[in-house]
Design a protein around this ligand. Sequence first.
Ligand code: PRP
Length: 179
Amino acid sequence: MAERPYVIDEMISAKAIAARIEELCHDIRQEFASTDKLVVVGLLRGSFVFIADLVRELDVAVEVDFLEASSYGDTMESSREVRILKDLRGAIEGRDVLVVEDIVDTGFTLSHVIKLLNSRKPERLKTIALLDKPSRREVPVKADWIGFEIPDEFVVGYGIDFAQRNRNLPFIGKVRFTD
Ligand code: PRP
């Protein structure tokens, strides 16, 4: 199928994202102030930009690990099936864990990952999502920290793709088809 033509309209600027991350890190630092065993877990691939900015702004001793869970493939529709494509490198039993997600849509991915990681008995498990689309929710799950609540728009950038493109945009944009 030929690619549909589209343009990207800026929705959340790089500056607004950076300011929000600063605010979020203020809270997160307080939550984890008493621990030296924090593991920040990024959900690949979408969270790679967010986690990089988050851990640098957080500026505390952390370990970083990644988990790849996929529910979408290269289409816009959720398959409702969450597959673990890459597991964590390290054990999280007894550790404080912060799961970093780029976007919570239907909620299948985050709820599956929370169940999976809780079964490994961390001391504490918290979650953060840069974007939340509550109107799309099919599984009742909410991240402990949310960057921005957004309407049901097709967004890209800052780690989020459309058919694997546009992850490297420094801002969050809205896809607008022009055909
Ligand atoms: C996207 C996104 C979230 C998930 C959210 O991942 O990064 O992880 O979907 O959707 P949900 O709430 O409906 O489960 P995707 O599977 O597209 O993989 P990617 O992160 O590699 O782009």
